[in-house]
Write a protein that binds this ligand. Sequence first.
Ligand code: HEM
Length: 502
Amino acid sequence: MILCSSAEQLTCKWLFLLTVIGNLFLFFRAPLPHRMLHNLAEKYGDLMYLRLGFTPCIVVSSPALADYIHKNHDTEFSSRPDGLITGILNGDSQSVSMAKHGDLWKTLRSICWQILRPANIARYETRRMEEINIMLQSIQIAAEAGETVDLSSMLYKLSSNSMTQMLINRRYFTAGGNEENLREAVIFKKMISERLKIASQFAIGDYIPYLRFIDYLFRYNAKAQEIQSMTMRVCDEIMNLEERRRRLTREENGDAQAVREEDFVDDLLSIQAEYTADNSRKIKLTDHQIKLLVQDMLVAGTETSATTVDWAMAELLCHPKVLQQLRSEIVTVVGSRSAVTEQDTKQMPYLNAVVMETLRLHPAAPLNLPRESKGACLFLGRYQLPAKTRVIFNTHSIHRSLEAYDSPNAFKPERFLGVPQANVSGSSFFQLSPFGFGKRVCPGQALGTISVCAALANLVHRFAWSLPCGLPPSHLDMIESFGLTAPRRCPLILLPTPRLKV
Ligand code: HEM
């Protein structure tokens, strides 16, 4: 194992000679790699150097170091590493989330900001609220019948339906709709589950290129290719870009019969038309890139938000006083109304603090997304890091910094009272960076936060919650699992009781 007990030891050359795959074995044995790295950081310091096979890697575990990197190496460390499976699943790393730092990524990224800017997401508030209402109605039915609900699964469906409603003006996770929609729903869900399966495979050749043949023996490349082709076919069928383009042109020409879908894909087609007309732009927006952008937003925006609300509900059950205080705040703002709107949540500082504290203790991406250095660079003024050094930001550790927080393992929303949401923008206040930071910071932060706040406030306002069979909250399993995100490892099965007359 190659570790430094302090930054001073980073260049201990002899350590490089230690076994090639030793550090990788650490990960094989660790179902929760962020916790394993956190334990190592407590022993060896907030900067560690590992060799993952042939890949040099640094692990950053403190807000101070994150701050240092942001100020001194943001551009250098803003690239993403190559990966056999992730590369294929992201259209040869052409998607915004996996593209290397460069002109293509900058263009896609600015398009993402345009789509996800607060003014644009506000246009879709009604659709998001509709989805919350549908969820509340099914909980109400269960509550009146005295039945439990699988809240984790409901939150996943809510998040997924909200995203597809905004992206492609469709919902796939409830019964109903016409025949065509049902068929679409089946292929859509199959595509999502197949992607999740292949994305969780570990390709050893990414770290030890001589062993790439093992990945080929397992046919990871072929399977990923099949699934990516299927994704693109599904996108073709569902989005029907040609038909939409025709409709948009007719609408521009004053045809009142041509009704827009009013969704992100239509927004993207308008941007595409603008880019095509602008001769000064070297990079245009292709249909393929539109599909990858939709794919990216769907993958990045669904599980992250659902997982966060799930954790918040679990923490609130374990902390009844916090739950009570939150409820009082909601009642103060909404009065006798049963629905809490997104606008209402903006007047709820305690709700904001609860969400921030949840994101601190349970960041949806505890190891952030992988980054790598573009070229060789001098780190901390002393250490020469080679090009393509993997940079792991251990958000789980950063959020438990003893310098930044008293009792860092305790759930105490009060610590964030008075801290505005804007602070979590990834350019200051690194002790809380659930959305990553710097140039690569999550562009969906505003949408993610408002969706989480609205879902949580409504769940708390409308129902009282308890564990089934009168079990005390101490029975709740508060350990996460590790995958694309870090949800609780057991589904949240709860008994709702209606609080309001609706
Ligand atoms: C609670 C909700 C969310 C959390 C906790 C979250 C977290 C993150 C994190 C940690 C990253 C990596 C940033 C980095 O490398 O420094 C990221 C990237 C990204 N997120 Fe989010 N996210 C959330 C919601 C969303 C939503 C709703 C969308 C869009 C609909 C979205 C779209 C993206 C995209 C496109 C990237 C890649 C950015 C790039 O590589 O340039 N996220 N997110």
